[in-house]
Design a protein around this ligand. Sequence first.
Ligand code: PDD
Length: 282
Amino acid sequence: MSRTVYVNGSFLPEEDARISVFDRGFLFADGVYEVSTVLEGRLIENEAHLARLQRSMNELEMTSPASAKEIVAIQEELIKRNGLIEGALYLQVTRGAADRDFAFPDKAIPSLVMFTQAKNLINNPAAERGLAVISVEDIRWQRRDIKTVGLLAPTLAKQAAIAAGADEAWLYEDGFVTEGSSNNAHIITKDGTLVTRNLGNEILHGITRRSVLQLAQEADIKVEERPFTLAEAKAAAEAFITSATTFVLPVISLDGTSIGSGKPGPLTQRLRQLYIKQALAS
Ligand code: PDD
């Protein structure tokens, strides 16, 4: 059965959904996006995702196609029309369609597209198995705090991981880990401290990252926000990633070196459970 997607004011069967060939998202990756999780038919941490969307648009001087309230109404309608219980809701805003010119168009109407993806997020086999990660040089642009649809570098990194028989790529710059291809990277040192890169333009300010750091502090786990090296990650007791669609997933090896026991770590598993519990209760 075909999905219903949302495109610029209309709910349509996916095969009938259209965007102009002049859309600047298509021509210049002149667009931003958000991925919100859906559990039990409800959006998780959606307010924070919409706040970050607004920030991304502000940073790029992009006009919002709708108010936050209108966006939520469309999101909820889309979830309802698709009967989505568990999965993700993808939302993209672009600067709109205009004759091709690098400079911003005077009068373009921003595009708004949304679609759902059904997926088992809680019962994810990777949570039991853990992820094998390879390191890939971070060749992205310098404003990674903006969630743009310019995703070729992370696509290449993820593909390199798959080609190497691994699951995920951790990106590094000047010897330090920035983040994963589409997630934030964290380690737990042998003395039980959670270390994760500090916020800045070098990484996306993950919504899940923020919640997990809060949960860690509440669980009396010491948190240090600072850059860490690949060598430090390999010598860590545990490692994990966070993102809207993965919550907390253990990393069990980096470039072929086992991390800790080579199995999902106990603190990682605890943080995953705490995050899921909080999400379901929200
Ligand atoms: N990615 N870092 C990057 C580069 C990301 O693309 C993402 C999210 C994150 C985690 O952010 P959050 O916890 O807010 O989801 C970190 C989404 C899920 C994606 O592109 O599919």
